[in-house]
Design a protein around this ligand. Structure first.
Ligand code: 13P
Length: 249
């Protein structure tokens, strides 16, 4: 069984004082021993968060990165820069990046490659829209997004990813996938990983994201193929976030 991972994605939310609050609370928290915790904060807070989380079990992540190593790309942030300020993980292909910022599968692949090149762990996000689910294409879409990246990687590189299934219709809507719906997609992802290699299926952390809250986390995390959560809104409230962490233990 992969190690459970609870990752908070603050999106474009939070403040320096919230960073401090989380640092202190995570330092004091009595977290389950078999659990990894990560916090994905906006770029300007990364360095403070790196210091605030230093005495805690949580590791630091960013929410995206450029597909370029350096150069005249105004407004972009490179993987090297993220490493330099202490990030070890980075979200890639979040549905908000795909839909609001036009990142298609090839853009996602380019960012996964950059992350791997600089030693960041890409958290590859996958998910179908409501229309795709209603058309009966949910699993096909999600597996297609997975293959668009994994087919292009070396076997060794595939072992360095975390995968997050985030149904678009469940993100920020308060409408969570049922544990059965989430488990069905996670099981399909695990089977597809096993077709690349058995070791990959056994070790890859498969996170669920989409309106995961303190009161529904336990039943989602109890599913055999759900290894953790990628938490948006509920990761902005320390009590809720810690409660979700406790449910994963
Ligand atoms: P919510 O938990 O707010 O639905 O967001 C999920 C998400 O997009 C995490 O990356």
């Amino acid at each position: 069984m992969p190690m459970p991972l609870i990752a908070g994605n603050w999106k474009m939310n939070g403040s320096l004082s919230l960073v401090e609050t989380f640092g202190q609370a995570l330092a004091d928290a009595d977290l389950p021993s078999r659990l990894e915790v990560a916090l994905m904060v906006p770029f300007p807070y990364l360095e403070s968060a790196s210091r605030a989380l230093a005495g805690t079990r949580a590791v630091l992540g960013a929410q995206t990165l450029s597909d370029q190593p350096a150069g005249a790309f105004t407004g972009e942030v490179s993987g090297e820069m993220l490493r330099e300020v202490g990030a070890t993980l980075v979200l890639v292909g979040h549905s908000e990046r795909r839909t609001l910022f036009g990142e298609d599968d090839s853009a996602v692949l380019a960012r996964v490659r950059r992350a791997l090149e600089v030693g960041l762990t890409p958290v590859l996000c996958l998910g179908e829209t409501l229309e795709e689910r209603d058309d009966g294409r949910g699993e096909t879409v999600v597996i297609g997004q997975l293959e668009a990246v994994l087919d292009a990687l070396e076997a060794e590189q595939r072992h360095r990813l975390v995968i997050a299934y985030e149904p678009v219709w469940a993100i920020g809507t308060g409408r969570t996938a049922t544990p059965e719906q989430a488990q069905a997609i996670h099981a399909a992802l695990r089977r597809r990983l096993a077709a690349y290699d058995d070791g990959l299926a056994e070790k890859t952390q498969l996170l669920y994201g989409g309106s995961m809250k303190a009161d529904n986390a336990a039943e989602l995390l109890a599913q055999p193929d759900i290894d953790g959560g990628l938490v948006g809104g509920a990761s902005l409230k320390i009590d809720d976030f810690l409660a979700i962490c406790q449910s994963a233990g």
